[in-house]
Design a protein around this ligand. Structure first.
Ligand code: ADP
Ligand code: MG
Length: 285
């Protein structure tokens, strides 16, 4: 196994989560361990059902784990104090897969972005509007959108708004659960580049979940491969993509495009993203 970073910001050790009981018990997460260093982009990949979302949900406190340690910057997330919980909730932000269900349809964009600031107290009331506009501009949307509702936007724009909502409190860590898999290929490419750009401009640490290795390869410094709730392999991007140690990782890497339309879409999205970020006028898909 590749070593854990020396001073991880986020640390998951032997995490276990079982659903159901008796003969119906299903261990969705089975002693999963990994660590995220400050400024690092860590990918968590695995097929659908491999336990990626459950791992994130345990980390975010949305699910109670059966066992294991969860630490964030010296906070024990299994029993945080109230102040520690507040700090965690502000500093670690989540972006979901589906921008259609993650934004409240009754709220305006201005309200959607202001809400986390009010809840966390991350910014004084008189600076809120400036912070909201500044953050909207960060994701290439302007102040003219403040009074509009989620229904007025395309899927890609909604995901930008969801990302802005996560960034408005100026988090240290972004946790993304398949943030592009619900989007069209060309939109996936834009959102991937936006995330890449935000990560480097804001110096974010990112935990990025995807079922697709092409997307993870484009964004991540290190990769954790999950299968049936277990870590199969952990390595740097270089190690995982050029000399995977496990047969399972090889199989994921070699998934035949023809038999894997989702994987092929993701690979096209990454080609587009790469072309766009290199400033090519006419990216070839
Ligand atoms: N709330 C739940 N109740 C019962 N089973 C669940 C629940 N959430 C997830 N599971 C099961 O746990 C396994 C892992 O799910 P999940 O973490 O969503 O995987 P992934 O995100 O990798 O697709 C799946 O078999 C799924 O059916
Ligand atoms: Mg999932």
């Amino acid at each position: 196994m590749t070593q854990m970073p020396a001073h991880p910001l986020l640390y998951v050790q032997d995490l276990v989560k079982t659903f159901g009981s008796g003969s119906r018990a299903h261990t969705a997460v089975d002693r999963v361990s990994f660590a995220l260093a400050e400024g690092e982009v860590l990918g968590l990949v695995g097929e659908s059902g491999s336990g990626k979302s459950t791992t994130l949900r345990c980390l975010m406190g949305l699910e109670t784990p059966d066992a294991g340690d969860l630490d964030y910057d010296r906070i024990d997330l299994r029993k945080p104090s109230r102040t520690q919980r507040r700090r965690f909730r502000r500093e670690v932000q989540l972006v979901f897969q589906d921008p259609y269900s993650s934004l409240d349809p009754r709220m305006t964009v201005g309200q959607i972005l202001a809400e986390p600031l009010v809840v966390s107290g991350a910014c004084p009331a008189r600076e809120r509007r400036d912070r909201v506009v500044e953050t909207l501009e960060l994701v290439d949307l302007g102040a003219e959108h403040l009074g509009r509702h989620p229904r007025d936007f395309s899927g890609g724009q909604r995901q930008r708004i969801a990302i802005a909502r996560a960034l408005v409190v100026r988090p240290r860590v972004l946790v993304c659960d398949e943030p592009v898999s619900a989007l069209d290929v060309s939109v996936q490419a834009q959102v991937l580049n936006l995330l890449k750009d935000m990560q480097s401009r804001l110096g974010l640490s990112v935990l990025f979940v995807a079922h697709d290795l092409a997307v993870v390869r484009y964004l991540c410094d290190r990769v954790v491969v999950l299968r049936d709730g277990r870590v199969v392999e952990t390595g740097t991007r270089e190690e995982i993509y050029t000399r995977p140690r496990e047969e399972y990782t090889r199989t994921l890497l070699e998934a035949v495009p023809r038999l894997d339309p989702a994987g092929e879409r993701a690979r096209r999205a990454v080609r587009l993203a790469r072309a766009a970020s290199q400033g090519a006028a006419q990216p070839v898909a």
